[in-house]
Design a protein around this ligand. Structure first.
Ligand code: PLP
Length: 222
């Protein structure tokens, strides 16, 4: 399959899944380019796709640099260490998906404030309670969302991000998505509009559980 065929197939799968939720349920996807070269990214861009995501600061900056001649909407989706905050601020993404502690939010906020800029971000939820994953426990998510909103005015919270349970049991994956969706619904009154969940192996299920932003890597780039 060539790149155009791969993208078309994904768009069709997304369309089929989202229509089962509602005609009005709009779903967007980010091409997660961490497995790919900048030349692959250009191919996908030339097909008409604009949103790309990286999960490592080093790769994010390198690829952004090499592609600064085209208007990509960059997303940062990986774990952010505090010593890399400046690099992210200098290369501000369209959206940071992975705010996973109050400490990180406060450190980020103070540098944003010092630079007089704002950053769109999502709170990461560890809805499957896996030790290997970052993110807030679901029980503390709403409280932390409110705390960050209050203490970090230069961070513009837009919603939640979560990675589905790492399991072959579809029920478990679904359960983890449903937990995130419920938390997201509770935050709609706080202007949360983005529910980022669903990767190559589970995005159709994620859509059916209410996701409106997918992060698709391997199905595009491998
Ligand atoms: C790699 C990655 C993805 C994409 O995963 P695929 O299974 O390759 O689609 C999505 N979200 C995050 C946070 C990732 O690190």
């Amino acid at each position: 399959m060539n790149m155009r065929e791969k993208i078309n197939r994904i768009v069709q799968k997304i369309e089929n899944a989202r229509i089962t939720v509602s005609e009005h349920h709009i779903v967007k996807f980010i091409a997660v380019s961490k497995y790919s070269t900048t030349s692959d990214i250009r191919d996908v861009f030339n097909i008409g796709h604009r949103a790309f995501g990286e999960n490592k600061v080093q790769d994010y900056i390198k690829k952004r640099d090499e592609l600064d001649d085209i208007p990509i909407e960059w997303h940062f989706i990986g774990n952010l260490q505090k010593n890399k905050i400046n690099k992210i601020i200098e290369n501000k993404p369209f959206l940071l998906h992975s705010l996973d502690s109050l400490e990180l939010a406060e450190a980020l906020n103070s540098r944003l404030e010092a630079n007089g800029i704002f950053l769109n971000a999502l709170i990461q939820v560890n809805s499957s309670k896996e030790d290997s994953k970052s993110g807030f426990m679901s029980e503390e998510t709403n409280e932390m969302y409110m705390a960050i909103k209050e203490k970090c005015p230069n961070i513009k919270l837009k919603g939640l991000m979560s990675i589905g349970a790492l399991s072959d049991d579809e029920k478990k994956i679904k359960e983890s998505f449903e937990i995130t969706k419920r938390l997201f619904d509770d935050l709609k009154c706080e202007n949360a509009t983005i529910c980022s969940m669903g990767m190559s192996r589970d995005y159709e299920l994620a859509i059916k559980c209410g996701s409106n932003l997918l992060r698709i890597g391997s199905e595009i780039f491998s």
